[in-house]
Ligand binder design. Structure first.
Ligand SMILES: Nc1ncnc2c1ncn2[C@@H]1O[C@H](COP(=O)(O)OP(=O)(O)OP(=O)(O)O)[C@@H](O)[C@H]1O
Length: 452
């Protein structure tokens, strides 16, 4: 008897330890069964308590009256599918007449508590059908990226709080702003981007006015680097010049297409024939405030030149295959004229932890008040956590898997042979001694587990 009791206690303790240390394993071993059972057993009362039911159909009421039966109760949305996932489960529901998807997203928090899940996110699949994606544990505590597909300029950068992969897709969202207080995880996010992009056919161009401490170690995969504002101004002018040349190529190709019946015509590089298509460029700007601050008249002139070039690249760069990724602690009007104009062009927004509401508003003030609130709530002990949104008002909580500088350097060195030589940017190409040993890196996706 005592032995059985000890065995049961050890078993329970083992399960609890597993749940704390390896929530994903616990979930796979036990959680799924518990959660599916719990959700299905509680489904009707929870829907009723959350106000997600509608009254019975008239014909049912009439039938009950005519046959002197009990009056039928309210109707819950019909369950179309229950799908367990790696991190939770997905409930697909057919809404009843009169309901809308907003009812479900507004009740997400209540559903989360009622079903005993860690998180619930609702989204409309098609007219009349919503999906509730539930997570059984805090997937952002220890980020483990699932296998992710990669596409041209579409790279997995973080994990979302619903357990899905968050992508940075340059062709969909060409330019982006990455904000955050010091030690909030901006550089790790940027490293992750570089490590992922290193394996793609893309030219990386960097401006890092922190004397190059972030980007210089990754120089082998960079076609051009500037580590001070003077070089940055020259580099940006060269990029604007290149953009104008690419526009000329596109224009020439359009003329040919107009004369040839049925030929495809194009307004960006992706429609050009492959032999004419210039390599796309991702421009990474680290600590943008360093480019915008000035003390003398000369520096002010240089600053205006830099900001004007950045605005032009963000305005016109997409069609020429030039994508801008700006990183900074703050990005508001206090940085001077042209900054809000530049910010308006940066469609993608990623805000790591910030120190005050004003900084959060710089990322999301003109997009979504909810996202501002979510950004302020990012805890200090969770570096890498960010709110990612776009100008459509949608946002999601994400966390980047930890990528060490060593891993990023290894990825860049391994793909150094992919670094395109751009004639216009040749003066800014990093000069480096030949690589001694070409050790293969750990794949960028396999990053060390993030400390909590
Ligand atoms: N995704 C992550 N997971 C776990 N830890 C992280 C993550 N991102 C950052 N950290 C931790 O936070 C520290 C600071 O991160 P990082 O250097 O990226 O911050 P930062 O915002 O660039 O700061 P600064 O502006 O001062 O350069 C890192 O050394 C790392 O230990």
């Amino acid at each position: 008897m005592t032995e059985t009791l000890i065995f049961v206690l050890v078993l329970v303790a083992g399960v609890l330890v597993l749940r704390w240390l390896r929530p994903a394993w616990y979930w796979t071993a036990f959680g799924i069964v518990f959660a599916v059972t719990r959700v299905l057993l509680r489904y009707r009362p929870v829907m009723e308590a959350c106000g997600l039911t509608v009254g019975p159909a008239r014909w049912r009421l009439a039938l009950a009256r005519a046959t002197r039966q009990d009056m039928p109760g309210p109707r819950s949305p019909r369950i179309l599918r229950v799908r367990p996932t790696r991190t939770g489960l997905v409930l697909r529901l057919k809404m009843r007449p009169g309901q809308d998807a907003f009812d479900f997203s507004a009740s997400a928090d209540r559903l989360r508590h009622s079903f005993g899940m860690h998180g619930v996110v609702s989204r409309e699949i098609r007219s009349g059908v919503v999906e509730l994606a539930m997570t059984g544990f805090d997937v952002l505590r220890k980020v483990q990226m699932p296998a992710a597909e990669r596409g041209t300029l579409r790279v997995p950068v973080a994990l979302r709080d619903d357990g899905t992969v968050h992508y940075r897709d340059y062709r969909q969202v060409p330019h982006a702003l990455n904000l955050g207080a010091t030690q909030s995880g901006k550089s790790v996010y940027q490293r992750r981007l570089v490590a992922e992009l290193a394996a793609q056919d893309v030219a990386l161009v960097g401006i890092d006015c922190k004397q190059g401490v972030e980007l210089a170690p990754l120089a082998r995969r960079f076609s051009a680097l500037a580590d001070n504002p003077d070089d940055a101004a020259e580099l940006l002018d060269a990029l604007v010049e290149r953009m104008a040349d690419i526009y000329r190529i596109i224009r020439a190709e359009q003329r040919i297409s107009a004369d040839v019946p049925d030929a495809e015509t194009t307004a960006d590089i992706w429609g050009l024939p492959e032999h004419l298509r210039p390599v796309p460029i991702v421009l990474l700007v680290d600590e943008v405030a360093e480019l915008a601050l000035f003390t003398t008249k000369e520096e002010e002139k240089r600053r205006d030149r830099i900001i004007t070039a950045l605005v032009r690249l963000a305005q016109l760069g997409r069609a020429a295959g030039i994508y801008v990724e700006v990183c900074g602690q703050r990005f508001g009007s206090e940085l001077g004229k042209g900054i809000t104009m530049l910010r308006a062009q940066l469609t993608g927004r990623t805000a790591h932890r910030v120190n005050d509401e004003a900084s959060a508003k710089m990322a999301f003030g003109d997009i979504s008040p909810d996202a501002v609130l979510a950004t302020i709530q990012i805890p200090e002990d969770r570096p890498g956590t960010a709110i990612a949104g776009d100008s459509s008002g949608g946002w999601v909580r994400t966390r980047t898997p930890f990528t060490s500088l060593r891993q990023a350097v290894a990825a860049c060195n391994a793909h150094a042979d992919r670094t395109p030589e751009l004639a216009e940017l040749a003066p800014f190409r990093p000069v480096l001694p030949p690589l001694k040993s070409a050790k293969l890196p750990a794949p960028a996706t396999e990053s060390a587990p993030a400390p909590a």
